[in-house]
Design a protein around this ligand. Structure first.
Ligand SMILES: Cc1ncc(COP(=O)(O)O)c(C=O)c1O
Length: 392
């Protein structure tokens, strides 16, 4: 069966392989019998077209050094994907291959911030933003984003902008709440950035995982002014299941910023750099994996319904359906337990691992919440929720 024809099958979760290979709080790290609905990494195998592309590439038995900026076909694939899907015209010469979106965030902070600068992050949000900002000796300024829909309030956001503020960090869709920002909300960020001359770091790693009727807008597509300020970071761990291949991309808005990112990346000295196999896989994902991706999103849409229904049926727990990300962000305040105490109880008694809303993972905006990844099969989810229901 050719790569293009081999589609997505939701019952393909292979626990035997996952137990050997899935680390980072997942199957290979948890004790036998525990179901980890933890780190956002799918249980489903990747698109067949990706593994076929890797096999084709390995047949020649050459794994030579790649260029510091990334392989030309990878940079072109990222650029054309942005033009087709996101309506952002990207020159491939401004695309850089990096070893993960996590490094893309870190590198952008290293490049655009100095010690004692400030950068606005969302609250709650994935810890990687604070990590990147604090690694430079700069300060992260959290801006609370409510989970429920509602426009961004320019006034309260503006109050956070000091003369030291240099960067606005967007995570869209937002991990952990799944919020997908509307064009009107993005316009508020652009106006603020224009007014105070801020750069925008737009982490778009979740941008494919959006559930209709919600739809995704890249902030760089809002206007020419927005594009000129925005550094787009992307990755292949969420949409394509390639976390272990350590591959991501950065799109710079100008040659000047590109050169600065490249200089600071240490790619040219070969101290760092994106591996070529990751780039081959990511290129196949972009060029040949789109039908598979559509089916994956349909499956996730179903799993979202299952997860939200089962969470809302539990005593003291409420959960809104997320518009994006395959993450349920459930309020557990009605259980009378802290999210950490509940997480420990569910792990010990139900043998299911979930993520507590701790400050160190997401900021204090995740208090009273837990995060649950639903990128798995209905069998795994139902087994996990049957166990949780039996102890609560
Ligand atoms: C918002 C966000 N950015 C970046 C990453 C990291 O992605 P990568 O595996 O490419 O480093 C994650 C992973 O959870 C994420 O949720």
């Amino acid at each position: 069966m050719s790569g293009q024809l081999a589609m997505f099958y939701p019952d393909q979760v292979n626990l035997n392989v996952l137990k050997q290979r899935a680390y980072n709080h997942r199957w290979a790290e948890v004790p036998d019998g525990v179901i980890p609905l933890t780190a956002a990494d799918p249980d489903l195998p990747c698109a067949p077209a990706i593994s076929e592309a890797i096999i084709r590439y390995t047949k020649d038995r050459y794994f030579s050094y790649g260029p510091p900026q990334g392989l030309p076909f990878f940079r072109e694939a990222v650029a054309s994907q942005y033009e087709e899907k996101r309506k952002v015209r990207v020159d491939p010469s401004l695309v850089m291959a990096v070893d993960t979106a996590a490094y893309g965030i870190y590198l952008t902070c290293q490049t655009l911030l100095n010690k004692n600068d400030e950068a606005i992050i969302f609250n709650p949000v994935d810890f990687l933003f604070r990590y990147g900002i604090e690694a430079v000796g700069a300060k992260a300024i959290p801006y609370s984003i409510p989970q429920s829909p509602g426009n961004i309030d320019m006034e309260s956001l503006e109050q956070l902008v000091s003369p030291n503020c240099k960067l606005l960090c967007l995570c869209n869709p937002l991990n952990p709440t799944g919020k997908v920002f509307t064009p009107a909300e993005l316009q508020v960020f652009v106006d603020l950035a224009e007014k105070y001359d801020l750069h925008i770091l737009s982490d778009e790693i979740w941008s494919d995982i959006v559930f209709a009727p919600a739809s995704y807008t890249s902030i760089a597509s809002i206007s020419e002014a927005a594009y000129r300020r925005t550094i787009i970071v992307n990755g292949f761990s969420k949409s394509y299941g390639l976390a272990g291949l350590r591959i991501g991309s950065i799109i710079a808005p100008s040659q000047d910023i590109y050169e600065r990112l490249l200089a600071i990346s240490r790619h040219e000295s070969t101290v760092h750099g994106a591996n070529t196999l990751g780039q081959v896989a990511a290129t196949a994902a972009l060029n040949e994996g789109q039908d598979w991706l559509r089916e994956f999103i349909d499956h996730l849409h179903e799993m979202r319904g299952l997860t939200v229904d089962r969470l809302n049926a539990l005593p003291g727990i409420t959960c809104l359906p997320p518009d994006g990300c395959y993450l349920a962000f459930a309020n557990v305040s009605g259980t009378g337990m802290t999210s950490e105490a509940l997480q420990v109880r569910i792990l010990e008694e139900a043998k299911v691992m979930i993520v507590p809303g701790l400050d160190r993972w997401f900021g204090d905006g995740a208090k009273d919440h837990v995060r649950i990844s639903f990128a798995t099969s209905s069998e795994v989810l139902n087994e996990a929720f049957n166990r949780i229901a039996s102890i609560l």
